[in-house]
Write a protein that binds this ligand. Structure first.
Ligand SMILES: *Cc1c(COP(=O)(O)O)cnc(C)c1O
Length: 360
């Protein structure tokens, strides 16, 4: 069976070589006579796997020694609650930047536990840009400032990280972690669901600076407490073992390909091909202002709903899958995470051009 080019927003494409390796090792991992899925999370073999995954991510993102890496469950959506619950005792308030759907969800959840100030929002322009943050709207006594680095639904991204003075910056990086380079030192906490750029759904990565551990409110459930997971090095309970193993393989795959700096160049080139096609077309439109466009998730639309539907259907019939846009934005969305090869993007662009010629 032929593999499709999968442009889905997530769960998303994984590197083929990683899937093949996992298939080869499925029944017998490294001569130990069982699958990683069947192995004790306290075994020597699994210890090597989780250590390898940690080292891989540390190397890829240049994570300094004073940051812990946690492999948790519950998705980025659980982090919407875990972040405020774990920083509650620093100060009962935080600043949030609203750049769209997922930021809004983070805000709604945080409000259940702390007092939230929405310091900037691009809602009035339908989230077609990253909002500027007026200095005066940031509260110097806030426990943290929260941003969403890549807005998976609206197709915007931070290409520069805002200055927050001494207030720690917390970032939801679910859809551009290890796809675009950010200086980890600028952040207090980074979190991401794995299913976009890292590995299988079920794994959630949290990167936290040491000095931010230990401020959980008393109501915080043990499973939601970063400190418990830090103390046990992500083995407080049974972690998502197989997903961690796949993530380790993905990290190794990326290191071999030049790391985040290497893949970011490829990602920029992939994105440029699609944006050039949109900007040179009389038919396609990008809803996003040029300077804030994402290099991972690219929404675009045709003039009518009928044409959008026709595009998605015809693209699907030639093996370009997962292009239907999110209902909040409509049109199409091409998610071109690390594992999407440039050839997939070239095929998409060829199809876009052909579709335009046929439907002028
Ligand atoms: C997909 C996504 C989420 C939701 O992730 P889950 O792992 O499904 O909870 C949150 N934030 C961003 C930016 C996302 O892209």
């Amino acid at each position: 069976m032929a593999r499709l080019y999968n442009f889905s927003a997530g769960p998303a494409a994984l590197p083929e070589s990683v899937l093949k390796r996992a298939a080869e090792e499925m029944l017998d991992y490294d001569g130990c006579g069982m699958s990683v899925m069947e192995m004790s999370h306290r075994s020597l073999q699994f210890n090597e796997i989780i250590d390898g995954a940690q080292h891989g991510l540390r190397e890829l993102m240049h994570i300094p020694e004073n940051y812990r890496i946690l492999f948790l469950q519950g998705g980025a959506s659980s982090q919407f609650a875990m972040v405020p619950l774990n920083l509650m005792k620093r100060s009962g308030k935080a600043d949030y930047i609203n750049s769209g759907y997922w930021s809004q969800k983070a805000i709604d959840e945080a409000k259940r536990y702390i007092s939230v100030n929405v310091a900037a929002s691009s809602e009035n322009v339908k989230f077609n840009r990253i909002p500027g943050i007026p200095r005066s709207s940031l509260d110097p006594d806030a426990g943290y400032v929260h941003i969403t680095t890549n807005n998976t639904i609206y197709g915007t991204a931070y290409h520069e990280i805002p200055e927050t003075g001494g207030v720690p910056l917390v970032a939801d990086m679910s859809s551009n972690i290890i796809g675009q380079y950010y200086d980890v030192k600028k952040f207090g906490i980074i979190y991401a669901g794995a299913q976009k750029n890292i590995g299988p759904a079920g794994l959630t990565v949290v990167i936290i600076r040491d000095d931010l551990v230990g401020f959980a409110g008393d109501i915080t459930p043990a499973m939601f407490n970063y400190k418990k997971h830090v103390e046990k090095d992500s083995l407080y309970n049974t972690p998502p073992t197989f997903a961690i193993y796949i993530a380790k393989l993905v990290f190794e795959w990326l290191i071999e390909r030049g790391g985040v700096a290497g893949i970011e160049q490829v990602n920029r080139e992939k994105a440029r091909l699609i944006y050039d096609c949109i900007d040179n077309s009389a038919l396609y439109k990008s809803p996003v202002v040029a300077e804030d466009r994402s290099i991972m998730t690219i929404p675009f639309m045709l003039p009518t709903e009928g044409l959008n539907a026709k595009f998605v259907k015809e693209a699907g019939s030639i093996g370009l899958s997962g292009l239907k846009g999110h209902r909040a934005v409509g049109g199409m969305r091409a998610s071109i995470y690390n594992a999407m090869p440039i050839n997939g993007v070239k095929q998409l662009v060829d199809f876009m051009k052909k579709f335009e010629r046929d439907n002028r």
